[in-house]
Design a protein around this ligand. Structure first.
Ligand code: ADP
Ligand code: MG
Length: 328
């Protein structure tokens, strides 16, 4: 059995706003990942996916704070470590993130090659520095590998590139040090369909070429995850509500929220429009208060009065995890 790269134990995270409000953005999330595994995480906007990513990378920067729980990478805890230590010793080398918006990730007044040099310099362990020339050579090699117009892209400012070139540059830079694991947080949102395909192809090219082998892929598109992920976790109002193999979660969902999420989407197989997507009525609960009972109860079509009273614990149902007392 291969060793665990990532272990997450009962992780809870909160924001403290300047108005003194506490927002419990992630609650009691536990899972682990082995080398070579692809985990998909899906859920509506605001359910805590990006906050969870910050926690997984040890980047709890105010107003975000760890509430409880632990995150370990290769057996080493990331909690109680300084952001500087994590930047220098963990990020880009062990875990790297492909962010949601490439434009925001690229400094508009620096050329792509200089941005790359800055990023790599920020993530070097003391005593193991790679020279700017070497960084440039590595970048050329990597961008060539993916069929990019390397010299032009590296010598351009971000606004001189297409959206696809920008996102692919971000992916090239963030994986330059061959991280063990990559977290892609909605890497294709805000891109048109053909650019989305280009970006997905590049990510899976990197996997095929062995540049990294373990990945968390976050999207609200469950049908896409079905094709790319080994396992899928569904997040709702800060909690994991279901986790299992991609096949189980997509083809045979057990949590009422997973079922509703599937009904709200058209899978690619349903492109012939045999079914209309069904919106999930209502909105997720505010994460500012302590929530009593099941977090989905207000919107759940099969909820009973007890669901609004009893906190739901995640438990095994067959060989997947579900946070619903009534799931069989
Ligand atoms: N900087 C912040 N300060 C306060 N609350 C935040 C901040 N960032 C996110 N939140 C809140 O945390 C919750 C989870 O947000 P987020 O992790 O971005 O969700 P997702 O990525 O699933 O869309 C939301 O209620 C959001 O409003
Ligand atoms: Mg997000």
């Amino acid at each position: 059995m291969s060793a665990k790269i990532l272990e997450v134990d009962h992780l809870s995270l909160h924001y403290l706003t300047r108005f003194g409000e506490k927002i419990n953005a992630v609650t009691d999330v536990s899972f682990s990942m082995k080398q070579g595994e692809i985990l998909g995480i899906a859920g509506e906007s605001g359910c805590g996916k990006s906050t969870l990513v910050s926690g997984l990378m040890g980047m709890c920067i105010p107003p975000l704070y760890p509430t409880s729980g632990d995150v370990r990478v290769n057996g080493e805890s990331l909690m109680n470590r300084t952001v500087e230590d994590i930047r220098a010793n963990v990020l880009a080398q062990k875990i790297s993130m492909i962010p949601q918006g490439a434009f925001n990730a690229l400094n508009p007044v620096r050329k792509v090659k200089d941005i790359a040099a800055d990023v790599i310099a920020a993530h070097q362990k003391s005593g193991s520095s790679v020279s700017p020339k070497e960084i440039y050579e590595r970048l050329c090699e990597r961008f060539d590998l993916f069929g990019m117009d390397t010299k032009r892209v590296l010598n351009s400012f971000p606004n001189q590139l297409t959206a696809g070139e920008r996102q692919r540059s971000v992916i090239g830079i963030s994986t330059l040090l061959n991280p063990q694991m990559v977290i892609a947080d909605e890497p294709t949102s805000a891109l048109d369909v053909s650019t989305q395909k280009e970006v997905i192809r590049m990510i899976f090219d990197l996997l095929d070429k062995g540049i990294f082998s373990t990945m968390i892929f976050i999207t609200h598109e469950l049908p896409l995850l079905y094709h790319v992920a080994d396992n899928i976790a569904i997040m709702y109002a800060g909690e994991f509500v279901e986790m299992g193999s991609a096949e189980q979660v997509v083809k045979d969902p057990r949590h009422p929220y997973t079922k509703a999420l599937m009904n709200a989407m058209l899978s690619t197989e349903q492109s012939q429009r045999t079914r209309k997507p069904e919106a999930i009525e209502g909105a997720p609960p505010s994460l500012k208060q302590t929530i009593v009972g099941c977090r989905f109860a207000e919107r759940c079509k099969v909820a009973c009065p007890d669901c609004k009273k009893n906190t739901q614990l995640i438990r095994m149902v067959g060989d997947r995890l579900v946070r619903c007392d009534y799931a069989k």
